[in-house]
Design a protein around this ligand. Structure first.
Ligand SMILES: *Cc1c(COP(=O)(O)O)cnc(C)c1O
Length: 354
């Protein structure tokens, strides 16, 4: 039975990746042991984590200035770790949605937060480019893709201030000059792997500025020194990330994925704009290629649409509880056919109720 999985996170992963990690949970690399039964300090696992690290660097085309960490606590812990490690007095944030808002709330525990733009009053329906990063801030924080309402940044400011970016829902989905960022973090469960692991990419030299004592688990420098094995890491999620990164490389890398992702989202937005029964509330220039949100214009048809989706094995379309409506998350692993299938059903729905 074919299922079309539009879940926002945890979400769809490449089928081969799931199959291979399931195999390795039974018998890792013909060792006769499960991946879950081997030491995180064994050569087996060291090989996995080293390979994953070099894959991240290769796929993102990062230079030697960067360290790659695989931490726990989700992107949510990064909302605290970033200011703990980087803020002396003041930082600048973009408020482009609920996740950005949560990051701002935590940063306020460590100093002054200057909000350069907030989309709150406009239901986060666009992202401004009209802001100036003040010279005195310790860093500038942004969220590249707003998973909940479906906006995505397609412009990052040129600045000498370190840029910190939460890429949880669009990491590995497009090609960017990643060396413009000083710190990137992304929880794995949207586009990479299983939940419970966060990839953190740091330009080492930005960590020299703060002298205060930081609790060990929250200190990036200590994680760098320990190669992400300060304590027992999420071995399964790291292994599965390695498989996904291999899949990405085999496909031809981020530029190929970007083309595929744009194609999928464009088709879906075109249908939403054309179809008389649906609408998208995001300014066109800022629409996300990862999370496509839409609303039924006639709310009383919601049950009909939900039932149709259920019958057709279309899952995960329910919008975030704070935003309502529908959200089709179309991450890397979601095939074009699933988007085409959804579009076909939206057309059929329009015909039936016109
Ligand atoms: C999902 C998400 C988070 C939260 O991730 P957790 O791993 O649950 O902490 C943070 N930021 C963005 C942009 C997200 O999409």
């Amino acid at each position: 039975m074919k299922i079309h999985n539009f879940n926002a996170g945890p979400s769809i992963l490449p089928k081969q990746v799931i199959q291979q990690s399931a195999k390795s949970v039974i018998n890792y690399n013909k060792t006769g042991l499960s991946l879950l039964e081997i030491s995180h300090r064994s050569n087996h696992f060291i090989e996995i984590i080293e390979k994953t690290t070099s894959l991240v660097k290769r796929v993102m085309n990062l230079n030697e200035e960067y360290s790659i960490l695989f931490l726990q606590g989700g992107a949510t812990l990064q909302f605290t770790m970033v200011p703990y490690n980087l803020m002396k007095n003041k930082a600048a944030y973009l408020d482009t949605g609920i996740w950005a808002n949560k990051a701002i709330k935590e940063a306020k525990n460590f100093g002054k937060v200057k909000i350069l733009f907030s989309g709150k009053e406009n239901n986060y329906s666009f992202i401004s480019k009209n802001y100036k990063i003040p010279n005195q801030v310790d860093y500038f924080h942004c969220t590249s893709n707003n998973t909940i309402v479906g906006t995505q940044m397609n412009f990052f400011p040129k600045t000498s201030i370190p840029i910190v970016c939460d890429m949880s829902s669009d990491i590995f989905s497009r090609k960017l000059n990643f060396c413009q960022f000083s710190l990137i973090y992304a929880s794995a469960q949207k586009n990479v792997s299983s939940a419970g692991m966060t990839i953190v990419i740091i330009k080492k030299k930005i960590l020299d500025k703060i002298k205060k004592k930081i609790p060990s688990y929250l200190d990036y420098k200590i994680h760098i020194k320990n190669n992400s094995i300060l304590n027992t890491p999420n071995v399964f999620s790291i292994y599965t990330s390695m498989l996904t990164l291999e899949w990405i490389e085999k496909k031809g890398g981020l530029s190929i994925l970007e083309i595929e992702n744009k194609k999928k989202s464009q088709l879906l937005y075109e249908e939403i704009d054309r179809n008389n029964f649906f609408e998208n509330k995001i300014q066109k220039k800022d629409r996300s290629n990862m999370n496509v949100t839409f609303f039924l214009k006639k709310k009383y048809l919601e049950n009909e649409f939900n039932n149709m989706c259920k019958k057709e094995n279309i899952v995960g379309l329910k919008g975030h509880r704070s935003f309502g409506g529908y959200r089709a998350s179309i991450y890397n692993a979601l095939p074009l056919e699933s988007v085409q299938f959804l579009i076909e059903k939206m057309k059929k729905f329009e015909k039936k109720f016109s």
